[in-house]
Design a protein around this ligand. Structure first.
Ligand code: NAG
Ligand code: NAG
Ligand code: NAG
Ligand code: NAG
Ligand code: NAG
Ligand code: NAG
Ligand code: NAG
Ligand code: NAG
Ligand code: NAG
Length: 829
């Protein structure tokens, strides 16, 4: 009803005097003020300017409000001076300022432009910015973005704009009182750029330094959360962040609420609902300095605070009571802190490495060459007694600390490595190691190996119940970190290696897996197109629940597969294991799959011979990498045109490699009772007996090659009399010396005919009945390149004779799709 009421006068106006309406809709002039009952709407309807009352109060305020059902107030003009009745008015004063007047015409709020001009107007822009313009030249005199309240929207600036102009968000006092509250959000000009929330003037939360890409103190900011902000600096001293993401589906903004929590909110245009995607306060540990100096906070521990290794509570009694503010102090003096005479005997200090850390506040940048390594940072720090800790981060360089270490948090993923200086006696494990080695040298090499092995075992066993901060700097530890992490918390630990996307992120990207974003379906599950908030396009494969693997094994496999990188393989960007869901995130391929071109009456002409040659070679290279050059040996087992995706330049990329592995088929065995593949592309020994090898992929490659050359599907009939498959037809023509008839008419060019015939020959070699007769991929590539001049005559290929009708059907399911897989399960015999 309400919507209709709003709409009617609008439509009416529209019909009458369109040109004037447009001005009136988003603009306030001296002659057209805005009264309490009126609303000003920005041109594309995203934001509106209106009078409103917060909850539990009848006071009236003028604010900019998100113009979707989840009405969020984005900005408040008269936040400290409410109007007590509905007689208020927003207008332009005689001196050209935007002002809010109450019923008695008292000015409650003014834009306060000192050198305002007499002729000006205020306009609400589509960004949610209210600007006051000089009508004579369009110059902007004032804008609401200069004085934000508690909300950061797109294109707003937060930080140091110029020497005397710092822009911060300030919280409301309470949900019913928009006046300036206790908390503010901004950038500390004295530090490496990072966000702070202050409670009055005391820090309450910090984001950790900006590394040019993300804030390293916000672990969730890796991968999907990347690049929400941009840092702008210039020599004039300005240093501010803006966020500039555009997403067609949703508006993303940040609100600092009255309890000092910054939340990232997403509001959907479609149905207007909004949700919190991230908050600054996920646990007590996010409160600045929770554990005091030299204390480290781990939300997964109880109690959450521990002292860093080599430190002990300053006030044991208070500490045990849970009052951690006093922090910790050193157990043993640093060599640096001892006097000169003693120093001569003392052993040098060392560094303990703590991994996955929110690095402490007050980091300084070490003046080193830009190319300095972590090692250089360490050396520099060791040689300077005022350096008590260092960390290295790509994008920032060497950071060091010289006073106390405050606001350290132990993350379970991401974060940085922090190296803290401790006295030599605190480097306990290192000493033990030396002792072990010293004794074993005497006893010989064999014993050395054994004790190292035992020590390692011991460490592995004891690692689980050690607190993180106590983990020693130790090569062994590094080496076996992976396995220990895996056994502890599989879901989180892998984040380091493989980006994990949250279900939320993917739901936003795919519009909650909306049907319109579906690219196709295969045996392993449907594939959706998605757009991340960063604008990056992705393909999300939602795996069906048929895998019986545990999460740990699944993550392991996915991680291994994600390491396979080759320009002819589709890149796996990450995965998501959440809410019973398993999803794989791939790069998005705009040109769909090979079958969409090859078997399309028009598009096939785009694939002229040289392009097809490149595609065949590319597939061969990708396959060679899977078989031979990657760390794992992977047999694809389902090569077919719909699994060959094409990038912008129509370069081929093999997709779905390794999925057979994920789904229970063991790559090291040559026999499986789960046959994954598609009829028409499966080698006979694989389809019949479940025996697979490189050569079964070569068979599929051969079919693919013949299809690319002929532009025909193997699985449809090509010879009316004999009902032959493409392979059978090719064999027949080959023996009749008529192979040229096989070639796609779209390729008719006598100059390349010899070359094409060579490809047909190689294709026939690949599909020979006996796996032993087929060349391997490396040979295939050499043959195609004419490096092997003399090709052996092909022997009888498999499946030459008849084309079973039922089997023919089974192959039709693929269609045009991206990342499509068909899964056929046949019991092995
Ligand atoms: C509004 O007032 C009611 C009743 O006093 C109270 O229960 C509610 O929590 C208040 N809401 C807010 C947001 O303060
Ligand atoms: C204000 O400026 C505009 C544009 O220059 C002009 O059309 C308008 O007449 C001016 N109004 C007044 C009151 O001076
Ligand atoms: C903010 O600081 C004030 C004192 O300055 C304190 O009373 C209040 O508890 C603090 N708020 C939080 C959430 O820490
Ligand atoms: C630096 O400041 C001057 C004067 O304030 C201004 O004209 C110039 O545009 C500024 N430079 C940048 C890069 O913003
Ligand atoms: C502020 O946000 C946090 C986290 O979303 C929430 O727990 C808290 O209740 C909010 N405070 C107010 C006053 O709304
Ligand atoms: C704001 O600070 C005052 C003290 O200055 C404190 O009494 C009040 O509880 C604080 N409010 C919040 C929401 O922290
Ligand atoms: C917490 O401990 C510090 C000393 O470490 C003390 O000064 C402070 O009063 C204690 N606070 C509370 C609430 O007990
Ligand atoms: C300096 O060293 C001497 C001998 O080791 C010791 O007696 C003395 O107390 C030390 N002085 C300080 C200030 O630590
Ligand atoms: C040691 O570090 C301090 C900063 O904490 C610096 O001022 C000093 O120059 C450094 N000394 C040397 C010898 O590098």
């Amino acid at each position: 009803m309400r919507g209709l009421k709003n709409l009617l006068p609008l439509l009416f106006l529209f019909a009458c005097f369109c040109s004037e309406v447009f001005i009136a809709l988003d603009t306030i002039t001296i002659n057209e003020p805005m009264r309490d009952s009126a609303t000003i709407v920005s041109a594309s309807q995203n934001f509106k300017l209106a009078f409103f009352s917060p909850v539990n109060t009848s006071d009236r305020y003028v604010g900019i409000i998100l113009n979707i059902p989840a009405q969020s107030v984005v900005w408040v003009a008269n936040r400290d001076d409410p109007i007590t009745d509905s007689a208020g008015m927003l207008t332009i004063s005689e001196d050209g300022n935007a002002v809010i007047l109450n019923g008695q015409k008292n000015v409650l709020w003014s834009s306060n432009v000192a050198n305002s001009v007499a002729n000006s107007s205020a306009q609400l822009l589509d960004t949610g910015n209210l600007v006051l313009r000089d009508n004579s030249n369009g110059r902007i005199l004032w804008e609401s973005f200069q004085t934000p309240t508690d909300t950061l929207v797109r294109t707003m600036k937060i930080g140091v704009i110029s020497k005397n102009n710092m822009i911060r968000l300030t919280s409301w006092r309470s949900p019913s009182d928009p006046s300036v509250g206790n908390f503010s959000f901004g950038v500390d000009p004295l530090q490496i750029p990072e966000f702070f929330i202050w409670n009055h003037s005391k820090p309450y939360w910090r984001s950790g330094p900006w590394n040019g890409n993300v804030f390293i103190g916000i672990p969730e900011m890796s991968s999907a959360y990347q690049n929400r902000f941009d840092l702008v600096t210039d020599p004039n001293g300005s240093e501010y962040f803006t966020h500039s993401f555009i997403n067609d589906l949703a508006l993303l903004y940040y609100v600092l609420n009255s309890s000092g929590v910054l939340a990232e909110k997403v509001s959907y245009y479609r149905d207007g609902h909004s949700k919190v995607a991230w908050t600054s306060l996920k646990s007590e540990c996010d409160v600045y300095g929770k554990c005091g100096p030299f204390g480290s906070c781990n939300p997964q521990h109880s109690p959450i605070c521990i002292c860093l290794q080599g430190f002990e509570p300053k006030n044991k009694e208070e500490w045990d009571k849970g009052n951690w503010t006093g922090g910790c102090s050193r157990k043993a003096l640093l060599q640096c802190d001892r006097n000169i005479s003693a120093r001569q005997e003392g052993k040098p200090d060392g560094f303990l490495k703590l991994a996955n850390i929110k690095i402490p506040d007050f980091a300084h940048l070490m003046e080193l060459l830009r190319s300095a390594t972590e090692q250089d940072c360490g050396n520099q720090c060791l040689n300077n007694c005022s350096c008590i800790a260092y960390a290295y981060s790509t994008g920032i360089g060497c950071m060091y600390w010289s006073s106390s270490l405050i606001d350290i948090q132990q993350f379970s993923f991401n974060g940085a490595d922090l190296h803290i200086r401790v006295a030599h006696t605190e480097l306990g494990f290192r000493k033990n190691m030396k002792a072990v080695i010293a004794s074993t040298v005497v006893l010989g090499l064999l014993f050395l190996a054994m004790s190292a092995f035992c020590l390692r075992k011991w460490l592995t066993r004891h690692r689980g119940n050690k607190q993180n901060a106590e983990l020693p700097l130790f090569e062994e530890w590094e080496a076996s970190k992976k396995e220990s992490i895996l056994s502890d918390k599989p879901e989180q630990s892998k984040l380091e290696e493989l980006p994990l996307y949250s279900y939320e992120t993917l739901a936003i990207a795919t519009d909650t897996f909306h049907l319109k974003n579906k690219l196709g379906t295969g045996g392993f599950g449907p594939v959706f197109k998605g757009i991340l908030l960063s604008g990056q396009k992705i393909a999300v494969k939602r795996l069906s629940n048929s895998s019986n693997q545990g999460i740990k094994e699944f993550m392991n496999e996915v991680e291994l597969i994600s390491k396979l990188q080759h320009r002819n393989l589709v890149r796996l960007l990450g995965c998501c294991v959440e809410r019973e869901e398993k999803m794989l995130i791939y790069e998005y391929m705009p040109n769909k799959s090979l079958d969409a071109y090859l078997f399309d009456l028009q598009k096939r002409y785009l694939l002229y011979w040289n392009r097809r040659k490149l595609i065949i070679e590319g597939i061969g290279r990708g396959l060679l990498y899977l078989h031979r050059d990657s760390r794992l040996k992977i047999i694809h087992r389902d090569l077919k045109p719909s699994n060959i995706l094409l990038d912008e330049e129509l370069n081929p990329k093999i997709s779905d490699f390794g999925l057979a592995r994920l789904f229970g088929g063991n790559q090291d065995q040559a026999n499986t009772n789960r046959v994954v593949g598609t009829y028409g592309y499966m080698a006979p020994e694989y389809a019949m007996k479940g025996k697979f090898s490189e050569k079964s992929d070569v068979y599929s490659f051969g079919v693919l090659l013949l299809e690319i050359v002929s532009g025909k599907k193997n699985t449809s009939s090509h010879d009316d009399e004999n009902d032959l498959s493409l392979i059978g037809y090719a064999w027949k023509l080959w023996n009749e010396n008529e192979a040229a008839k096989l070639v796609d008419p779209a390729l008719s060019d006598p100059r390349v005919e010899m070359e094409i015939l060579r490809y047909v020959h190689v294709g026939l070699l690949c599909v020979q009945e006996s796996a032993n007769d087929r060349p391997n991929v490396s040979n295939v590539l050499s043959m195609l390149n004419s490096e092997i001049a003399e090709l052996p005559p092909p022997k009888l290929p498999a499946y030459t004779a008849r084309l079973g009708s039922s089997e023919g059907e089974g192959s039709q399911q693929s269609g045009h799709s991206v990342n499509d897989v068909s899964l056929t399960i046949i019991q092995g015999r």
